[in-house]
Design a binder for this molecule. Structure first.
Ligand code: MN
Length: 394
């Protein structure tokens, strides 16, 4: 600590949370109510204290996210300067001493289906003998509207859902706890600046509207889903809970992670074309009870998040501050890159080793942790932290 009442931070050079990252959160301590913070190393900077701005005393990031890109860029520069100069005493908390909360108030929630490998695997599993991809899949990013009110922050226990289940051998469905509870490892994108009803957002306007990215676990009850999903898509098999990581990584931190999508053939319609792709090179890791079982590559996704937002709004639907849209399960071409257990275990037919045990779907007490990181400037890595959840008995 220096004599001027500032703390010089000792940030390890190999941290995933260096000055090039600066993800936002909503935190509280024993002494303080929920408020906005930013992570540097293993510390959280209280932005209302450090910057003296009341927008950061809100219990969600929405008011700040609504202020727009110029303001996001300005605040990011102010935080970087503060870290270089020394953070005021009283604005700094050890990460172990804070509670992390849902970082934004979720407005609308949409989930896509943008991995060709995942969509093809699910097609083979759920519609055996048919063409794995539906005819529309390479023409538009397929998605559905999810349930915003059950998006929960990492660390929230997941109560096993109950519902109608019907196996092929049953003549009629019965009711009970899901026997095929699964995960979906995804990335999610958070809208800051709303759009006007009737005015679509083009792919090239993505960074004017989207504030940042989170890790998403779209918990899925496959037995409930399989019986209910025709003809209108996912409903109760997914709406019981969706977990997000507590850190929102700003788009500004992801410039080095930008890559091109795989070749899109047929060429998308003009409203889905980007002049510079927002596909992102993000590596995910899935741990099941502490054992790594998969490494899904976000960079393999067929549709970019800018294309997804353009599609959400192309019919004139408006987008609101706090809208969350997720990518859909991230699966790569290899078995060890599959982001859902239904694919990893091929519908439960091929159990996987989880430490000394084997698993097909989730059992009560199981915990899943999905973490992610991306390339940053000068060989650094940008961490997203993780999203974790434990299954508890109904
Ligand atoms: Mn999903």
């Amino acid at each position: 600590m220096s004599g001027s009442g500032k703390t010089d931070l000792d940030v390890p050079t190999d941290t995933l949370f260096g000055v090039n990252n600066l993800p936002y959160c909503i935190f509280s301590t024993l002494e303080t109510e929920k408020r906005a913070g930013v992570r540097i190393g293993d510390s959280v900077v209280d932005l209302s204290v450090a910057l003296g701005d009341d927008v950061f005393t809100n219990p969600s990031l929405n008011p700040f996210m609504a202020q727009g890109r110029d303001r996001w860029v300005d605040v990011r520069a102010q935080i970087a300067a503060l870290i270089a100069d020394g953070v005021p005493v009283g604005a700094l908390h050890e990460i172990g001493a804070v509670a992390l909360h849902l970082p934004f108030e979720v407005a609308d929630y949409v989930d896509f289906y943008a991995s060709e490998h995942h969509a093809a695997n699910l097609g083979r599993l759920m519609r055996p003998g048919c063409e794995p991809l539906m005819p529309n899949w390479k023409h538009l990013p397929v998605g559905y509207h999810g349930r915003a009110g059950t998006v929960v922050v990492s660390g929230t226990d997941i109560v096993r859902p109950a519902g109608q289940r019907k196996t092929p051998s049953q003549r009629a469905p019965d009711f009970g706890p899901s026997r095929q509870l699964d995960i979906e490892a995804e990335m999610g994108f958070v809208v800051g600046v709303p759009s006007e009803h009737g005015v679509p957002i083009t792919p090239d306007q993505f960074a004017e509207h989207v504030f940042g990215a989170v890790i998403v676990n779209d918990w899925s009850a496959r037995d409930i889903q399989a019986w209910e999903y025709v003809p209108l898509g996912p409903f109760l098999g997914k709406s019981f809970a969706t977990s997000v990581s507590p850190w929102v990584v700003p788009l500004s931190a992801l410039e080095e992670a930008r890559i091109n999508t795989p070749v899109q053939d047929p060429e998308p319609l003009p409203y889905l074309r980007e002049s510079e792709s927002w596909a992102l090179d993000i590596d995910l890791t899935v741990e099941w009870n502490g054992h790594e079982v998969s490494r899904p590559p976000y960079g393999a996704m067929y549709w970019s998040p800018a294309q997804m937002l353009a599609h959400i709004t192309v019919n004139g639907a408006s987008s609101r501050t706090g809208d969350l849209f997720a990518s859909g399960t991230i699966s790569g071409p290899d078995k060890q890159q599959r982001g859902a257990f239904i694919e990893l275990t091929w519908g439960g037919a091929e159990p996987v080793a989880v430490g000394d045990e084997t698993r097909t779907f989730l059992e009560d007490g199981d915990e899943v942790i999905i973490s992610a990181s991306a390339p940053g400037p000068d060989g650094t890595r940008i961490g997203f932290g993780d999203v974790r959840g434990r299954i508890v008995e109904l």
